[in-house]
Design a protein around this ligand. Structure first.
Ligand code: 9MR
Length: 645
């Protein structure tokens, strides 16, 4: 037996590139982090021979687990960590990642061996505390089951600086747990391909290009670098702004307890905060996804007293709840993020079935994916119009309202959406259709579903409505779900056909949003549906949609801290003279900043320097009508110099 302490051994080695896995074995399997794969550095390693367990603890609060070193079992050497005294299933030994040794925004591979005293079972999980002090949990390895040591290999973990108390831990049952040969490998951060043409820049004059992300994505440097390069015009929060993340059960029940009123659900954006903070900091517009949906919506929201065992409420009460929920959603969002551009909102998601009928009444999930508790309460889809009515009432004017759905190109569903949207449009309640566009390349271009022509027809039909269209969740599976060159070729051809159809409708389309960036982080990871692979490299699909697209002219990055420029007072348009056209430009900028403002789309718009030159009345208060007037006064010789004193 080995018996030597290898703790904090810093040594370059080769890690692995396989997914989180465990190998139940009579004898432990080799630590795969030592086999070929991605380069990495061991940043922490212990076999517990020196008796030091100071990097491990129980999970806090009333966890009774006692951590010690024991020689009753071991893999290497004579000792292992022992977690004893567990009195609840959730009790267990944990290792804190944000412990000063590991760094945020860095990927690590963790491997160890574990064994139960009598039976090895349970799971390996991860937890973190968010900016509002709320804890979040996720399982990394489930259903561990063996009568001997189990090797937990290559758990990929990372964290960001908006998370704290980030721990991985073992839980399940109440048996004692032994842990040995615990190792953390820091993986090399891959570079992204910097020379590629940015997708969002290439299409900036046509539509916003963006992506959905989840909180976990923030901790990956290369992933976020791809976002910043290619998908920087719009972010959809992938899960954390959905009803189940936003509706706060404890606070809602506490409110009922305190006031007796069960029509005012309480809202929290704790889970979404890291992404929203990121959007605020980087000035990236946000698509809100989603207010009213049958899925990812807790059943207590539909029950008397917000109680899990309550009766379903009636339609009248649900309407009150719906209004209060939508009101609180927007009020809170605007209060927390007054500067974020929430430019679009999926008010209702996936309410129509492929045959054009509403969903079935009942609880969704467990094979009942077609059921909806909204239909349970309302009897049909009559909840859609009030949802839009309330959204229109409480959303900021700049937030456009969408109905969003998948299989949106299939006749029955498409006709139902068109009929609904025509009616909502006549009442001024809807601004656009969200075509999710979860597409399927299949074996060949001919077999792809939908065909390019079917998808094109749907674009025609929705465009005819005279509403805006947004492609909200684009992804395209790879034929046979097999990542071969030939299949990626077919995927690329299909992507190209679809993207050409989208581009041909660009006058009706204001945003094209992918449902993710790299294949491995997609909700359909096993179908490789995105433009970049797990190594952050552009796939054929990227090149196919960018074929023939010219790189937009390189604009020098604006200096974040420019030296104050000398003002050429009065010369708003920079033509080196003071004329009536300067006064006109100031008024145009004030009246229509989207066209004439600093980032305006018009041929004539004001420059940063022009803004400084134009601020001629009450210098320092920015552009106002008084500036336009002062220029005119100067031209009429009513004042003899600018700026006006
Ligand atoms: O990407 C989301 C995934 O992480 C969730 O597990 C899933 C649960 O419903 O929802 C996914 O997002 C869905 C989106 O909200 C609506 N359209 C379909 C998307 C993919 O399922």
């Amino acid at each position: 037996m080995k018996g030597k302490n290898t703790k904090k051994l810093i040594a370059a080695l080769m890690g692995v590139a396989m997914g989180a896995s465990y190998v139940p074995a009579m004898a432990p399997a080799t630590v795969s982090a030592e086999s070929a794969g991605v380069e990495g550095t061991v940043v922490y390693s212990t076999d517990f021979e020196d008796g030091d367990v100071s990097m491990f603890s129980n999970r806090g609060s009333d966890d009774t687990t006692v951590i010690s070193v024991s020689d009753e079992a071991s893999v290497s050497g004579d000792k292992a960590l022992l977690a004893s005294g567990r009195t609840k299933d959730w009790n267990g030994p944990s290792f804190q990642l944000d412990n000063g040794v590991l760094k945020p925004y860095t990927e690590y591979s963790i491997s160890f061996k574990m064994k139960g005293r009598y039976y090895t079972g349970g799971m390996v999980s991860m937890q973190y505390t968010d900016l509002d002090g709320k804890e979040h949990y996720s399982n990394l390895v489930q259903n561990i089951s063996s009568s001997d040591w189990v090797s937990i290999d290559d758990l990929r973990v990372s964290f960001h600086d908006m998370q704290s108390k980030v721990k991985i831990y073992v839980e399940g049952g109440q048996d004692d747990i032994f842990i040995d040969d615990f190792k953390v490998v820091e993986l090399k951060t891959p570079e992204i391909e910097k020379d590629l043409v940015s997708i969002s820049d290439a299409f900036a004059k046509d539509f916003k290009v963006g992506t959905a992300i989840t909180v976990g994505d923030l901790s990956s440097k290369p992933f976020m670098a791809l976002l910043e390069k290619h998908f920087n015009k719009s972010i959809t929060v992938g899960n954390e702004m959905k009803p189940d993340s936003v509706l706060d059960k404890e606070a809602s029940q506490a409110y009922v307890e305190e006031t007796g009123d069960d029509t005012i659900p309480q809202i929290s954006f704790s889970t979404a905060k890291p992404i929203l903070n990121y959007c605020q900091k980087n000035k990236i517009p946000v698509r809100i996804h989603t207010l009213v949906w049958h899925s990812q919506t807790p059943s207590w929201f539909f029950k008397e007293g917000f109680a899990d065992d309550g009766e379903w409420v009636d339609k009248e009460k649900m309407l009150l709840r719906m209004e209060n929920y939508i009101k609180a959603y927007f009020e809170k969002l605007i209060e927390l993020y007054p500067d974020v551009d929430f430019y679009a909102c999926d008010v209702v998601n996936e309410a129509w079935m492929e045959d054009g009928k509403p969903r079935q009444p009942g609880e969704p999930g467990n094979g009942n994916y077609e059921k909806s508790l909204w239909v349970e309460i309302f009897g049909d889809n009559s909840f859609i119009e009030p949802a839009f009515t309330f959204a229109r009432k409480y959303a900021p004017k700049s937030c456009k309202l969408y109905y969003n759905d998948y299989n949106e190109y299939m006749d029955g569903k498409m006709n139902a959406i068109i009929e609904m949207a025509t009616d909502l449009k006549s009442k001024g309640l809807i601004d656009g259709i969200g075509m999710q566009s979860h597409l399927d390349a299949r074996q060949s271009l001919d077999a792809a579903f939908p065909s390019v022509s079917m998808y094109n027809k749907a674009l025609d039909k929705y465009a005819e409505l005279g509403l805006d269209i947004q492609i909200t969740e684009l992804d395209v599976t790879t034929p046979e779900n097999a990542p071969t060159d030939a299949n990626f070729d077919v995927q690329a051809d299909y992507y190209k056909g679809i993207f050409d159809a989208i581009y041909a409708h660009k006058d009706s389309i204001s945003a094209v949003i992918w449902w993710g960036i790299t294949d491995n982080k997609s909700w359909r990871a096993n179908k490789y549906p995105l433009l970049f692979d797990a190594e952050y490299k552009a796939k054929d699909a990227y090149y196919s949609i960018m074929e023939g697209v010219e790189a937009p002219p390189v604009v020098d990055e604006p200096d974040p801290d420019p030296e104050p420029a000398d003002a050429d007072y009065g010369d708003a348009n920079g033509d080196e003279k003071i004329a009536l056209s300067d006064s006109v430009l100031i008024m145009q900028v004030l009246g229509n900043p989207d066209v004439y403002g600093v980032d305006g789309t018009g041929d004539i718009h004001i420059s940063e320097q022009g803004m400084i030159n134009a601020d001629v009345a009450n210098v320092g208060d920015g552009l106002t009508n008084a500036d336009a007037l002062a220029v005119q006064e100067y031209l009429l010789k009513l004042i003899d110099k600018l700026p006006k004193e």
